[in-house]
Write a protein that binds this ligand. Structure first.
Ligand SMILES: [Zn+2]
Length: 745
């Protein structure tokens, strides 16, 4: 390292070993791995053959000495009003009970306020820098509509449901024709929310569905108490809120048009409720709420939008936390005339034509760019598991823990390696070509003693962590235009580290780094957007006595899950819930097993964890957290077969999708995948991807059904292969030679 070196004992002043009651020191080795462990005779039946495959056949890794480092629509708004044939009448003024529900949840659950604060912090970051959105394309949200009816007329038709989905798709894509009615001063502020909606085609059990389910109820009229969201109280239960937008359509009393639950609340009540006669554009939809805008408004809340006037009655102190909407007194109703001035917001006055005001359906037709930023923050944060984002980025990829390989966007790859001179080297795929060249690297200086670890918290942002020759932690970053502190310089972050650091970014401008100290305890430091905690060179002591490398993942904002192997070779877990470390700052949850690799974890959705290790039989083992419990049991494991050499790689490109890579005893690369239902090619089988690999595999996924895998070959060069959704390139067993002679990867 060529920056100032600050040698410092990991732990920021405390060099005493933490004594951890529930992480035993040597012993208790009789604990067996997994539910189906033990059949040592069968370990070679796992589909991972011992026969070597000659890499020369694949046209790669046979080039002898490497190249050396340092080389260089317009839609149509439905019109028809439709008969109001249902009971209960049609309200004439918009009323939404979202804030009533919000205040009730704040009272019921003390932790809700904290969760909401975190979501607001993320929204604020995105609102200030709209380039932060990880989902660069359009997110399609799967929708389930629960039609809960009492009188036959309230059992709205599939066509009426479809008409509502059409409205959402126009309004959230800025293709509604009436957006042209936006007054000229506000027209430049109108924006495409980049969200589309589709009735679910697969139900939570994996069966085909129309995305519409129905129930006749004896309840003649529902309120804002969430009774419609439970079978037990006359409604219908929610589908999993981490996968679906739940819309309940029913008769509402009290003049209520609908209500939503902001993100961060209980999953069982997550979604929106809409009055049946204010839903869609045909059938029972009745003026003045016959254009489907009640759902547009409520889904706005579901995506974390506030009422445009700031919910302070008619005062001028409330805010919707969006900068490009004018300060506004109270709600506007009916069909106001432009301009309507309040709170000294002349000459243009209130933006009453915004979907988040209270005007009639024909009078509302736009979101602003600031509102879109908040919605995108919601989709990257609390609703990260929802939908698939065309154009890459998004949930699963952004939650990946650090590795020498990262994808900060679609069709973008950055790879970091240590060369034989121990300096750091970098190369990047920009969608068209490798830079600086297919086999060339950008030299980044330093003396690197760990595998480089990189994370990306935003498009075109990279943070790289390595240990130096003094065992200290070092950091450098790419801000989109330049390397900080310089191309070959590093920020010294102190500590005395054993092995590789691990980093994770749970949100924009947030970094958490974990290292094992020379006392084998775990240490943590974090970047909060403005400073390193607990100090530039200090660390939070997290206890434990760790074998191998820690693993850290984040399944949501302000959430961390850390895994280590204890001296009994069992797996241990601790977590940050946004407020405190569980089970304690220095304590660990014991997850059993006898592990022969470091843990590898993946979080493909909120409150979901999958952890992989190898066992003493060399086979791959798996356990998972489903939001409520560990599967197959707290200390049990699912045996996935194989005889693995070294560490496991795991990546997820979509919810309920896992791709695993291991090196077999023949040094070839092997792959298996979980498709949501089953392991392929089989529970214990693997796909042989050839090669003679001399490093652990490193993989990343920059889009759905896209995989990029990197290994070091027998000549020390970097090799790459990719899955494009239909085939491996350059071939099933072939590799692209990316040059270099790598010492650490
Ligand atoms: Zn509302």
């Amino acid at each position: 390292m060529n920056t100032n070196k600050t040698k410092k004992v990991a732990g920021s002043g405390s060099d005493e070993r933490q004594t951890i009651s529930d992480m035993p020191i040597e012993g208790e080795l009789e604990e067996r791995m997994g539910v189906s462990y033990a059949d040592q005779a069968a370990i070679h039946a796992g589909g991972m053959p011992g026969a070597a495959q000659d890499m020369a056949n694949t046209g790669c890794m046979n080039t002898g000495n490497g190249n050396g480092m340092g080389g260089g629509g317009a839609g149509m708004d439905g019109g028809g009003g439709g008969a109001n044939g249902q009971g209960g009448g049609t309200p004439q003024v918009r009323t939404c009970a979202t804030m009533t529900v919000y205040r009730r949840l704040l009272n019921e659950d003390p932790s809700y306020a904290r969760v909401r604060d975190e979501i607001e912090n993320l929204a604020g970051l995105y609102e200030g820098d709209q380039g932060l959105a990880a989902r660069s394309g359009v997110t399609t949200v799967p929708v389930v509509v629960h039609v809960v009816w009492n009188m036959a007329a309230q059992n709205i038709s599939d066509a009426q449901v479809a008409s509502q989905i059409d409205v959402l798709n126009r309004d959230y894509r800025h293709t509604n024709t009436d957006v042209a009615n936006t007054p000229a001063p506000f027209l430049p502020l109108t924006a495409d929310a980049r969200v589309e909606f589709a009735l679910a085609t697969v139900d939570p059990h994996g069966a085909a569905t129309s995305g519409i389910e129905r129930r006749q109820t004896t309840v003649t009229s529902f309120g804002a108490d969430d009774a419609v969201k439970s079978q037990a109280t006359g409604g219908m239960n929610a589908w999993p809120a981490d996968t679906y937008l739940n819309i309940w359509v029913c008769q509402l009393g009290g003049g209520l048009l609908g209500y939503a639950q902001f993100p961060g609340g209980p999953a069982a009540t997550d979604g929106v409720v809409i009055l049946q006669s204010a839903f869609g554009t045909i059938g029972t939809a009745a003026p003045p709420f016959h254009l489907g805008r009640t759902a547009t408004h409520e889904v706005g809340h579901w995506l974390n939008l506030n009422h445009i006037w700031g919910d302070d009655g008619t005062g001028c102190t409330g805010t919707d936390n969006v900068a490009d909407t004018p300060n506004q007194g109270g709600a506007n109703t009916g069909t106001p005339s432009f301009p309507h001035v309040s709170c000294n917001n002349g000459p243009n006055g209130d933006m009453f034509m915004n979907y988040m005001d209270y005007v009639d359906d024909p009078a509302m037709f736009m979101f602003t760019a600031g509102q879109v930023a908040r919605m995108q923050a919601c989709l990257d944060g609390p609703r990260a598991s929802i939908g698939t984002a065309a154009g890459g980025g998004g949930g699963a990829t952004s939650r990946q823990s650090s590795s020498p390989v990262v994808a900060w966007g679609a069709n973008r790859l950055d790879v970091f390696v240590a060369g034989t001179d121990s300096a750091l080297y970098h190369k990047a795929w920009n969608g068209t070509a490798w830079a600086p060249s297919v086999t060339g690297y950008e030299a980044q200086g330093g003396i690197v003693t760990s595998a480089p670890q990189v994370v990306s918290w935003a498009p075109n942002r990279l943070d790289v962590f390595v240990t130096g020759s003094d065992s200290g932690l070092y950091h450098k970053w790419w801000n989109g235009s330049a390397w900080g502190p310089s191309l070959t310089g590093y920020e010294a972050l102190g500590g005395l580290c054993l092995g590789d650091p691990r980093a994770v970014a749970w949100g924009p401008n947030r970094l958490d780094v974990f290292v094992v100290g020379t006392d084998r305890a775990l240490y943590h430091k974090w970047w909060n957007g403005s400073a390193w905690g607990p100090s530039v060179t200090g660390y939070e002591a997290m206890g434990g006595i760790c074998l191998g490398q820690p693993e850290a993942v984040a399944w949501g904002p302000n959430r961390l899950d850390v895994f280590v192997i204890g001296t009994d070779r069992a797996l241990y877990h601790k977590w940050w819930d946004g407020t405190a470390w569980g089970p304690s700052v220095t304590g660990y949850e014991r997850l059993g097993g006898i592990c022969t690799s470091s843990p590898k974890a993946v979080a493909w959705g909120p409150n979901r964890l999958d952890v992989f290790v190898t066992g003493t039989d060399g086979a791959l083992y798996h356990k998972w957290w489903d939001g409520a419990k560990w599967g197959p049991s707290i200390d049990g494991y699912e045996r996935l077969g194989g005889v693995c050499v070294g560490e496991v790689e795991a990546v997820s490109w979509a919810a309920n999708r896992l791709d695993l890579f291991v090196i077999g005893t023949d040094s070839a690369l092997y792959h298996k995948a979980w498709n949501g239902t089953a392991w392929s090619p089989s529970l214990t089988g693997f796909e042989n991807l050839g090669g003679i690999c001399t490093s652990r595999p490193r993989a990343t996924a920059w889009a759905a059904n896209r995989l990029d895998v990197f290994v070091r070959g027998s000549n020390g060069a970097l090799f790459h292969k990719a899955w494009n959704g239909t085939a491996w390139s350059p071939s099933v067993s072939g590799y692209e030679n990316l040059g270099g002679v790598i010492s650490c990867f």
